[in-house]
Design a protein around this ligand. Structure first.
Ligand SMILES: C[S@@+](CC[C@H](N)C(=O)[O-])C[C@H]1O[C@@H](n2cnc3c(N)ncnc32)[C@H](O)[C@@H]1O
Length: 323
């Protein structure tokens, strides 16, 4: 029997395919991670390292290694758990390789259920000198589930409504909100019961609209890391939607420990793994600092600062929303 107090809020040093054995099955509620991208970096600094992901000589080997990592981890995830996988693409011989989608299809074939492809748009992406194609300023986040029935808290990550706001072509509609029969009956929306009766308010959730699949989030910064860390806000969005307070979040490729930092700030528990001692120690130090000063970070404060929702006073409880 594994004593989980020995691995909770710890970053374990080693190859995830070996380390996974030290984690009990069905322990983890959410995996939030960014594995090394294909052919981008040498994290170990070694000429050759058979365990290091991303250094494979072929894309096929990279995809196979990623699949083997996530196959080993899958049993550690609760049946209603989720996997958020951040991946960027690679050019080889001036040709885009389509790495994220190749990985996504391979994971699907290995039994993971692909639920969403999210574009992470980076408004502060590094400028590039390319002149014969657009500059890449996005990466992917794939959302996978282990089963069709999983925990997902849509309300925790809703975003402000756009329809009927100043930026909407339907901004005039605000005047009709909450007024039965207050809308023009013969317009392009005739026949829609919610809209037709002037109960447009019922088509709108009081906490905002459901999260969309393009997330515009600036790149993160953590000075001590020699590589790009993913932003806390990005991790927090995944975390809030897929866990409750106290749940365990796992990052098999912890790097500087961003997932752990966000998990603990939001009163979740964390387990991490990294192959490289320098990063394992860096991540553990960040996590220990936050565990030692929990009062500096409150989940409520984080939540309030991340969402600016429209005023909801006039909205009724949500009713049937047509898909
Ligand atoms: C893209 S970085 C993660 C960055 C992290 N998301 C952050 O914000 O700091 C990927 C990490 O995977 C680690 N890694 C590479 N191969 C690994 C393996 N086989 N098992 C565990 N970790 C590995 C690397 O050392 C590196 O720190």
């Amino acid at each position: 029997m594994v004593d989980i107090s020995k691995i909770v809020n710890k970053v374990i040093l080693g190859d995830i395919r070996t380390i996974a054995a030290s984690i009990p099955d069905n322990l983890i509620q959410s995996i939030i991670t960014s594995p090394p991208y294909f052919g981008h970096r040498n994290y170990t600094g070694e000429e050759e390292c058979e365990y290091e992901i991303g250094r494979e000589s072929s894309l096929e080997d990279y995809v196979a290694n990623i699949v083997s990592c996530f196959s080993v981890i899958k049993s550690k995830l609760c049946d209603d758990g989720l996997l958020w996988l951040n991946l960027g693409d690679t050019y080889r011989n001036k040709e885009l390789q389509g790495v994220p989608w190749r990985v996504a299809f391979a994971l699907k074939e290995s039994g993971w259920i692909l639920r969403s492809d999210i574009i992470w748009k980076k408004p502060n992406a590094m400028p590039s000198s390319v002149k014969n194609r657009p500059t890449t300023d996005h990466e992917y986040i794939f959302l996978f589930s282990k089963s069709s029935n999983y925990y997902y808290d849509a309300d925790s990550i809703r975003e402000p409504h756009v329809t009927f706001t100043e930026n909407s072509k339907m901004r005039g509609g605000r005047n009709h909100l909450g007024k039965r029969n207050g809308t023009p009956e013969n317009g392009k929306n005739s026949g829609d019961q919610n809209l037709h009766n002037g109960r447009w308010d019922q088509a709108f959730h009081p906490k905002g609209r459901n999260k969309r699949t393009v997330w515009e989030i600036p790149l993160g910064k953590f000075m001590e890391a020699h590589f790009a860390v993913y932003p806390e806000f990005l991790v927090e969005t995944c975390l809030l939607a897929s866990t409750r307070k106290g749940d365990i979040v796992f990052d098999p490729f912890a790097g500087s420990g961003t997932t752990g930092v966000v998990a603990i700030k939001n009163e979740r528990r964390f387990i991490g793994c990294d192959l490289v001692k320098e990063y394992q120690e860096m991540a553990q130090k960040r996590i220990d600092e936050i565990v030692a000063q929990p009062s500096l970070f409150s989940a409520e404060r984080n939540l309030q600062s991340r969402l600016t929702l429209v005023k909801t006073a006039q909205f009724d409880a949500p009713s049937k929303i047509k898909n």
